[in-house]
Write a protein that binds this ligand. Sequence first.
Ligand SMILES: [Ca+2]
Ligand SMILES: [Ca+2]
Ligand SMILES: [Ca+2]
Length: 763
Amino acid sequence: MWRSRNSAIASLALAACLVPPKPSAHVASGGHASAGDEHDVLENSGFDDGKSLPWTSVFSEPGRGKVSVDGGELCTEIDSAGKNNWDVQVRQRGMTIRKGHHYTVRFRARASAPTTIRPKVGMQGAPYTEHWFAVVPLGAERRLYEDAFTMDHDDDATAELAFHMGGPLTGRLPVTVCLDDVVLEDPEFVRGPAAPPEPEKRVLVDQIGYLPAGAKIGVIRSEAVTPIPWELRDRDGKVVAHGETTVIGQDAASGDHVHHADFTRVDEPGEGYVLVAEGESSYPFAIAPDIYRGLARDALRFFYHSRSGVPIAMPYAQDKQWARPAGHARDSHARCLPGSGCDYALDASGGWYDAGDQGKYVVNGGIAVWTLLDQYERARRAGARAPADSELNIPESGNGVPDLLDEARFELAFLLAMQVPDGKPLAGMAHHKLHDESWTAIPTAPHEDKQPRYLYPPSTAATLNLAAVAAQGARVFEQLDPVFAQKCLRAAERAWVAAAAHPALYAPDVVKGGGPYDDRDVSDEQYWAAAELYITTGKDIYRAAVVHSPHHTRPITGGMTWKDTAVMGAISLALAERDPELRAATRARIVAAADRLLAISRAQGYRLPFAGENGGYPWGSNSFALNNAILLALAHDFTGAAKYRDGVTAALDYVLGENPLARSYVTGYGSRTVQNPHHRFWAHQADPAYPNAPPGALAGGPDSHLEDPYVQAAGMKGCAPERCYQDNIESYSTNEVAINWNAPLAWIAAYLTTSAGGGGANR
Ligand SMILES: [Ca+2]
Ligand SMILES: [Ca+2]
Ligand SMILES: [Ca+2]
């Protein structure tokens, strides 16, 4: 066997041009590629079980294609090569490359047509230091390649082995590149014994617990077709209740055969309760009236951690690991996207980062602000304990204003700043969004992002969204800060007029560097804006727009999304004093919706008041469940019927662990919680120098459309909807966090904390 030169290549920046082909990797003249060696740093070298994980693929626009495991090989079909080598790649991460160690790289490869690949071992993020690379021309014949290098740099705990194969590396397209027996050998590396797989829980509960006054139903996965006995034990192991299950049967959403154990009658507060059936135990949980109090606070503190333009500082960060310098100060002079038809700059600093990325999107910011302000309005109308000034430990704690409103205002001020100034084209419209020119890598803390950022063109959806939220803000802040309230109202009415003059300005559905948030139906935004403006001003013109909208009478099918916003208008009308006639009518529609959601919850094995869409679960499914729960909570407020509140807790029970994966989708809340949300700063899994997520962040949850390379690589095709989930930072379609998802989590947790005792308020 012939080994090539020892080649550690220092700090080679990722050049956009093709390194000229040279024999830096050589065809080995025999021997085997010994996959699965104990000195192999990689996992899954051979692809022989039909899965590619932990290998994943990345296609960066305009790179396009797909990856599959076929006949024991990992094959990448490249339809569009993109601009750069790395616009098409497959890679494995999560390894440490150690200083002074000698590495051998070996793999088999072939291609359907002549093309070149560029494997590299290097840092997965900036500055992308490469420890080794090779440029390898491929042909139709499957051949064995081998090279070796010595690690000259300090230990790299963020290393990856990536095969770049896009941009100028390609020849004629389409082309398929197949890899097999990929080995990265280090004689000093010895793989530890594999961790034993975690046993699947079969007795599922809310890992936080249950309210004394509410329904308490555990889910048991059992093939038994007749009722089975269950026991509830206290922390000392004493049986405090027992009974027999109700057989629910085969459940499509989870793929499980399900029983329910109802221990609602147990209302003795305590911790360490355990539900037992068929010899298996649940995670321990509490029964107490204030179990969601910490969650209600931390779910709101998520927004402080997401602030842009200001440092996240102690003591507000709670722990030094979450402190960071201000990000994106340059948003204070945000310019329009070149060629987009405007030439000014806006001070659009501040606001919240949207999600795992650091974009700022008006339509998603709007729904999140609305939900926070509605939490306040609902609490006031319901006579529940009003949110207080100093409950969130934020810089505005102690300023005399409820912290919930301080936090909402931080984003509302940004939304106002996105409005086109007077005298400019499209004056009064709102820019759709502000984000980076290209996607940044994981990890990238906000202050480390050096990408240019631009204002994207105004849209009717963003403008009506601004009109709605600014109108709501005007009435919420009317007593607290009349000057700010006036500013909100002026912005809202300007936006309304501008949207009427430009009723069909739609954001495009594709863009790089940020989410598109495209929406071609703005009739719902129009209804929502009209409702908020009417409640705040009482003007006939807005009332007319409400009652003439098709959304005024259409049955409500579920909670709001950033794209489907009408129900927010309905909720505001149902809470407001402004118009008793409209209030009664919308309350009736909300209660009817809650009845439908209760029926759905009762038909689900895991009791979720959400049916999915055409049998599948969408991106952010947990937020759909929680936004539906808001409708159930309001129905409880309006009627006092306990069944609606039990529907609310059923949704939260599912999110907090009473689901087939026995996983709490909220960081820090539960025995077995989400660990690795998709986030550019809370990126500990990608780089141990970055923190884990703070407590109280909600993962989007199962998405049966498998919309990212990581879940696609996980071999999950055909998964039951509630199981289509991966707790990995790379799984942005199932494990991202977002402001519009944490907002309903905060709403629901606060509702169950302040109304836990009871009966209907605001009847
Ligand atoms: Ca193989
Ligand atoms: Ca305050
Ligand atoms: Ca819409």
